[in-house]
Design a protein. Structure first.
Lengths: 119, 229
């Protein structure tokens, strides 16, 4: 095993341990746990057996296994960024709904007090 | 139709310099239901509006134009409005234009009327015209709704049409989203020419190039979300 493989493997295993830790502490949902656990197990496997990616790359018509990894990680990263954007947009919308509800509640209160004053 | 059935929604964020004048102008023209949505202003906008005797709604934090318009429309519908006009708080609109704006609603010729500043754009700076046309083209390409002034803040909705609008965006991109909603809900849309009063102040409150780019980004994201829904 080359030094870089060792370093990357340690990184992947630490990340995996973190995922496990946050799952047992109920920090993340099962779906996210499965996703991230498979990401890091997959990463660890690729680091340990890099030849496997070359085999897959040749099947797909890509020259080197390393290139396959770069293409795949770029695609996955872009996908995750988009998902984060959409989640943020949804959160923004939910914040607006809360702010609106507070504003409307006060409107109802002031209208109620207006109508009692009129009586 | 200058009675209670017509609600004027005025979204306002840090407009203490103009809000009084805008409210008084509308009152002088006989409009009675004025709904000011103070969008978390840090200045005296809310205080001044309250002194002028309007229906005041306050956002506890700033949410942007879309959030404020949405709140104003919800409140107007709750108050039983049969027609809703949106009116900017920066003093760029002329209350005189409202009669012409709601005429197609009253006659049943349209569900939504856009007050277009671009039909008779006298006095509009050329840079601003270019920006507005770009926004119109983007709005058309993304949402298939053509208007000559997609970014106009002066619009009129029938109560029925307003109830159908699903506003999901918070910022300036709401203007294009409203056009998108009229297309989606097959609402009859019409445009009438309105005059824009351009002062240094109202120009500074409009969209700068940087804000325009951010709005473009948000519009594209809004498009993605609409596709996903």
């Amino acid at each position: 095993m080359r030094p870089i493989q060792f370093l990357l493997l340690v990184f992947a295993l630490v990340a995996l341990a973190k995922v496990l830790h946050s799952y047992t502490r109920r920090g993340i949902r099962s779906r996210d746990f499965l996703f991230w656990a498979s990401v890091w197990i997959g990463t660890a496997a690729i680091i340990t057996f890099p030849e496997a990616t070359s085999f897959l790359a040749h099947l797909l018509g890509i020259g080197r296994g390393a290139d396959l990894i770069i293409y795949a990680s770029l695609l996955i990263s872009f996908h995750l960024i988009l998902r984060i954007h959409l989640t943020l947009a949804r959160l923004e919308q939910e914040i607006t709904e809360i702010v609106r509800a507070v504003a409307m509640e006060r409107l109802t209160e002031s209208l109620d007090s207006c109508s009692t004053e009129g009586e | 139709m200058k009675d209670k059935r017509l609600a004027i929604v005025i979204p306002a964020y840090n407009e203490e310099r103009t809000i009084i004048e805008v409210i008084r102008g509308l009152k002088q023209h006989g409009f009675v239901t004025l709904i000011v949505v103070d969008d978390g202003s840090s200045d005296r906008t809310a205080e001044l509006a309250r002194q002028e005797g309007v229906i005041l709604l306050r956002h506890i934090i700033n949410r942007g134009l879309g959030g404020a318009l949405g709140t104003g429309i919800v409140a107007a519908l709750r108050l039983g409005a049969e027609a809703i006009v949106t009116f900017d708080a920066d003093g760029q609109h002329d209350p005189d234009d409202i009669d012409r704006l709601i005429e197609p609603l009253v006659k049943g010729e349209a569900d939504v009327v856009i007050g277009s500043r671009m039909l008779e754009p006298t006095g509009m700076p050329y840079a601003r015209r270019l920006a507005n046309w770009s926004a119109n083209i983007v709005t058309y390409l993304l949402f298939r709704g053509w208007t000559t002034d997609s970014q106009s803040g002066l619009r009129a909705f029938s109560g029925r049409a307003a109830a159908q609008l699903q506003i999901m965006t918070n910022g300036m991109e709401v203007s294009s989203e409203i056009i998108a909603e009229t297309v989606k809900n097959r609402l009859k849309r019409k445009e009438v020419p309105v005059q824009a009063v351009y002062t240094d102040y109202s120009l500074s409150k409009g969209q700068s190039f940087k804000v325009g780019l951010r709005t473009l980004k948000k519009l594209i994201l809004a498009k993605v979300r609409r596709l996903a829904l």
